[in-house]
Design a protein around this ligand. Sequence first.
Ligand code: C2E
Ligand code: CA
Ligand code: CA
Ligand code: CA
Length: 279
Amino acid sequence: AKTAGGGTFCFYSTDMNARSIERLEMAAALRHAVERGELLLHYQPQLSLRTGKLIGAEALVRWLRPGHGLVPPSEFIPLAEELGIIAGIGEWVLREACRQNQAWRAQGLPALTVAVNLSVRQFETQDVVSMAGQALRDSGLPPEALELELTESAVMADAEAFVHSTERLKSLGVTVSLDDFGTGFSSLCHLQRLALDRLKIDQSFVAKAASHPDSAVIAQTIISLGHSLKLAVIAEGVENAEQLELLRDWGCDEIQGYFLSRPVPAKDLALMLAKQGPV
Ligand code: C2E
Ligand code: CA
Ligand code: CA
Ligand code: CA
């Protein structure tokens, strides 16, 4: 028994060591990713169901890690938050998204809003509002062409703190939206006090909208709740025509998802915009 137990322990221990070494290597590499120019943004278009035109694009970060290919954000954003290095990454994303949107405008492409994801950790370590103001000034992008996404769960964890932050963002002139909505147990009272412009229906409800009546009801409820609060409502994760038609019937304002396009490099988004022609 002793041998078997020892053997088993050894096996797991080696396995765990390999994984923790991998993680340490990843952490060490991630610390230099920004300065080494290894981050890049893909953009996923957003469509107005009313006009049928592209109205925005969400910037989604990727890490081109040497020897590992393109690493998705789910594999390094949580690690960056744990390591306390999300601020540098977040600042780079914000500045790059503003620069890129202004570059599209300078090319004469139809005007878009670019949406940037903010980690709640960024609010703890940096003045996000000043940083956004600075990014707008440096890029020359007008504030109304920038949208900032906060997740519902993060905001509701400390709603009181975000009442002030969202007001400051609003006075900057940028759009503020609540991401992954429906997953974070919002209190209606808090929702009303936050200076928001938009709700994003979480993709889990969209995925099941056609097949699960409960999800359909939640999606419809979010749309009417948003409209009662004078907020625009966008659905993300729209993958097929059936979902799009349901959302249209329910009065959803905008959609985003693979049905329209996956997140793509900036040059591909420019092609989509150019094809659409002037608004
Ligand atoms: P999110 O903000 O909820 O972004 C939506 C995610 O859903 C993206 O994954 C997008 O590619 C994916 N998606 C879009 N349409 C569809 C669809 O039709 N079906 C399915 N199944 N998925 C779809 P991605 O790019 O891997 O990003 C994952 C998450 O990483 C984001 O979720 C966001 O929380 C985080 N993230 C991405 N970029 C940044 C960033 O710059 N800063 C921060 N703090 N977080 C980021
Ligand atoms: Ca988002
Ligand atoms: Ca989301
Ligand atoms: Ca999400």
